[in-house]
Design a protein around this ligand. Structure first.
Ligand code: TXA
Ligand code: MG
Length: 335
């Protein structure tokens, strides 16, 4: 069931559903989440079941922004046992916003959501609908909302309410209420920084650049290594449409289409460079700006996939840091 999120009654209904242990499709600024009360073990199990996600892949817990400076602090202290100074600095710089921090978990809270790890992923989202839902749910005793991206395991993340509905057609209306908050403005998932060790470690790139993160916390950001916690968004193959995605540079694209001519009908293309294409080849133009490309990326992959092509050829994104998040998602979609 899709409800218009601008209606306060819809938010209240969704909050009651969460408190009672059902699932809610929740818009955030990054992607839509499949939400449940983070401290309700049965409800959190339902998320894993609906997604087909292995139970040991931890979920992010979303927190209310509260009022005043660091209004999220009560939420952080509810779930985290310890907050290093560099993590506090990152929160101050980027919360509410598209940043998730992995922190040592307080014993006895959000154990199922954390997938058995002794850490917990926390994020204070900026989307007004997510915040309205967090506040309304808090009034029903919900301290945090566990929400992975609202797609089946390994598939393309949803950036509209319609995408969420497409993913979970098997769920009945009474099992899933979806709040329609329009298209997500950021479009790719949050940046994830592991804060459980002495130094911050980048687990998943997003739209915040390494330089911005380092400037905010005053420390170099380490790259993931063997000791880093596992994260499904960091699996080599993820975000995959049905069609096979292949990354190619402009020269390779031009040459390949020249050779194929009218035999290119089973291919769709997403590129910045102009191409001479035979009629009937589905094509979307990739924006030159990284933020604009991120915003539409998953919707474009879904749209091109829906044309029924066997291959989606995507022009390799530019090498600069602003494109790290988009490049990462495309490489995983292509793996
Ligand atoms: O933007 C986002 O982060 C979206 C929206 C809904 O907030 N959520 C999202 O959730 O992308 P999900 O589950 O698709 O990806 C969360 C990632 C996973 O790769 C998970 O393994 C990692 O966060 N994660 C969560 N808690 C963790 C923990 N305690 N330790 C290590 N990784 C963790
Ligand atoms: Mg995901």
């Amino acid at each position: 069931m899709l409800l218009n999120a601008t209606d306060p009654a819809a938010i209240e209904r969704a909050a009651q559903r969460l408190a009672a242990g059902s699932l809610v499709g929740m818009p955030t600024e990054t992607v839509y989440g499949l939400a449940a009360n983070a401290d309700h073990a049965t409800a959190v199990h339902r998320i894993f079941e609906a997604k087909g996600r292995p139970a040991d892949h931890p979920l992010i817990v979303h927190l209310a922004a509260g009022s005043g400076a660091q209004g999220w602090r009560a939420g952080v202290d509810h779930y985290a046992r310890e907050v290093p100074a560099f993590a506090s600095a990152l929160m101050r710089a980027f919360w509410p916003g598209p940043l998730t921090l992995i922190l040592p978990r307080r014993e006895g809270v959000a154990a199922v959501a954390a997938g058995g790890q002794d850490s917990v992923g926390l994020r204070c989202p900026a989307h007004p609908v997510a915040q309205a839902l967090l506040n309304a749910a808090a009034a029903h005793g919900v301290s945090g909302i566990a929400a992975p991206s609202a797609n089946r395991f390994g598939r393309v993340s949803p950036t509209t309410a319609a995408h969420v509905a497409e993913e979970f057609t098997a769920l009945a209306d009474e099992d899933l209420l979806i709040l329609d908050g329009g298209a997500c403005p950021v479009g790719i998932e949050s940046t994830i920084v592991d804060c459980t060790r002495a130094q911050p470690v980048l687990l998943r790139p997003g739209m915040l650049t390494v330089a911005e993160l380092e400037a905010a916390c005053g420390q170099p950001l380490r790259a993931r290594d063997e000791a880093a916690p596992r994260a499904s968004g960091t699996l080599e193959s993820h975000y995959a449409p049905r069609a096979t995605v292949r990354l190619m540079d402009a020269r390779q694209l031009r040459a390949a289409f020249q050779v194929l001519g009218s035999d290119a009908k089973h291919i769709a293309v997403y590129s910045r460079c102009p191409l001479e294409l035979h009629r009937g080849v589905p094509r979307r133009r990739m924006p030159d700006d990284a933020a604009a490309a991120a915003q539409e990326l998953f919707a474009v992959l879904r749209e091109l996939d829906a044309t029924g092509v066997r291959l989606i050829w995507v022009e390799t994104p530019p090498a600069d840091a602003a494109w790290d998040g988009v490049r990462d998602r495309l490489q995983r979609a292509a793996a």
